[in-house]
Design a protein around this ligand. Structure first.
Ligand code: 5GP
Ligand code: MG
Length: 474
């Protein structure tokens, strides 16, 4: 059975035109974008006429071996890493999605979530279309083959029918294209490596192949790289963009520039702002919850004047496969990844800074581990506001019922995770820390104000209020 067509699509995409060894460079680009998706990886390359592809489940380094990369010859190509989501973990959904139809061949990779998938898909199915996967890429592919006109005309038509978030890379035998939805929800940048053109979700993927950042693909823009050079087509563009604020808070890599600004500094500003709002007087040290909390914690320490200490150490070699010991070790998942340093924590009042709380379950286990390591007081500071609403545009948040802040007060959450105090950053504080005015962001996960309205049934059901199971269980 196919899973819900409306499942989340948080992914990383990469494209390159005009090189001798595209597969290897795409491999490196995807390697740098691995944090955006660990479920599957795929590459499609073309030598101008023939196309070759390889996809598989797992990490980029598991899916691609030297021999495979060597066999993929060409001068252009695209790649994709897909995020792990429950229920849709299958090779069939791995991207890029390749279409071969009569004399047409093209491939697509997509990041984001199209919110009118169901109705568009139903319309196509009633006309005889047969879907192989539940990906948004396949939907775009079907829409493209049903349209008339040149590729450029068809793309503009298709994108005008889609609602929601899409950053897309596309390959034809002799060109690479990149496109962003009219709101610009997800990031997508353009780089140059000599004469070659590069497209990537984040600039960290340009750095790894020594490409220079040129600019972002604009919201509503389609950029085409081919023998004629670089061409830009303007589709619809909203007067206000709706860039995902959570990309800055958590999702993107701190060494990337997204939406034209460095992620590291934004995270530090968020932490600084958190220190101004809730300083936690009397605490001895500031401890980051690695790795995502590191930069906000640094800002918090600088803003509060408290010493910054690595009170929790991360094991960088946690793989996906490990042998479960018998009898089972309690909280093994957390213990494998993070270990508190008791010599730093013992007897101290600690401010623990993390970027966000989603379900609250990991925070609870980590707090317990800090106490067991001897922390006298634990004051949690979160560098974003409470996440109360699900994301329909590509961040893999739980449904409303699983978001702890959806139906619990900050005091309830503090009790649940077992901290002595808990303070979130305010909405105003979060916007103040951003490098762009707040009107340019989608902050629906905090405000419930969705820039694109949902019409399909799946998304509507997700908005129904629900009680929080995690808290009810205590
Ligand atoms: P929780 O206590 O809500 O279970 O987990 C909080 C932790 O989850 C934080 O350290 C935060 O960095 C991390 N986190 C936030 N958003 C996401 C996400 O979309 N996916 C994953 N895997 N982790 C996230
Ligand atoms: Mg984290």
């Amino acid at each position: 059975m196919l899973d819900s067509p409306s499942k989340k699509e948080a992914c990383g995409i990469f494209g390159i035109y005009g090189v001798d060894d595209p597969a290897r460079l795409i491999y490196l680009g995807l390697y740098a974008l691995q944090h955006r998706g660990q479920e599957s990886a795929g590459i499609v390359v073309s030598d101008g006429a023939a196309v070759s592809t390889h996809k598989g489940m797992g990490l980029v380094s598991d899916v691609f071996k030297e021999q495979t990369l060597q066999s993929m010859k060409g001068t252009l190509g695209i790649g994709h890493v897909r995020y792990s989501t429950t229920g849709s973990s299958m090779l069939r959904n791995a991207q890029p999605f390749l279409v071969e139809q009569i004399d047409r061949i093209f491939a697509l990779g997509h990041n984001g979530n199209i919110v009118n998938v169901e109705s568009l898909r139903r319309k196509l199915e009633s006309r005889g279309a047969i879907f192989q996967t539940s990906t948004d890429s396949e939907l775009i592919a079907h829409l493209l083959v049903h349209k008339k006109g040149s590729l450029e005309e068809r793309l503009l038509k298709v994108f005008s029918e889609l609602k929601g978030a899409w950053s897309v890379v596309m390959l034809t035998p002799d060109s690479v294209l990149a496109a962003r939805d009219p709101h610009g929800f997800r990031p997508l940048c353009i780089g140059r490596k000599g004469d070659a053109i590069v497209f990537a979700s984040e600039t960290c993927a340009l750095d790894i192949i020594e490409a220079d950042y040129v600019r972002d693909v604009e919201p509503g823009e389609i950029v085409i790289a081919n023998r004629q050079g670089l061409k830009s087509l303007r589709g619809e563009r909203k007067s206000r963009s709706a860039m995902c604020i959570f990309e800055y808070i958590y999702f993107s890599r701190p060494d990337s520039m997204i939406f034209g600004h460095g992620v590291y500094n934004v995270r530090k500003q968020l932490g600084l702002q958190a220190a101004l709002e809730n300083p936690s007087d009397g605490a001895d040290i500031v401890v980051p919850m690695p790795a995502s909390g590191n930069y906000a914690a640094l800002g918090f320490a600088q803003g509060s004047g408290l010493p910054y200490e690595y009170g929790v150490i991360r094991n960088h070699y946690v793989g996906r496969t490990f042998i479960q010991p018998l009898p089972a070790v309690r909280d093994l998942g957390v213990r494998l990844k993070l270990n508190p340093v008791s010599t730093i924590l013992k007897g101290r009042s600690v401010v623990v800074v993390d970027d966000s709380i989603v379900r609250g379950t990991t925070s609870k286990l980590r707090t317990r581990a800090l106490r067991e390591a001897g922390a006298r007081e634990i004051h949690m500071r979160i560098s974003c506001p409470p996440i109360r609403y699900p994301c329909f545009y590509g961040i893999d948040f739980a449904s409303r019922g699983e978001l702890i802040a959806c139906s619990n007060t900050v005091e309830d959450i503090c009790r649940f995770i077992g901290a002595d105090s808990l303070a979130y950053l305010s909405l105003e504080g979060m916007f103040k820390a951003m490098p762009l005015p707040h009107k340019h962001f989608c902050a629906a996960c905090f405000t419930g104000k969705y820039p694109v309205l949902m019409t399909d049934t799946f998304t509507k059901t997700c908005l129904e209020p629900a009680t929080n199971r995690a808290v009810q269980a205590i």
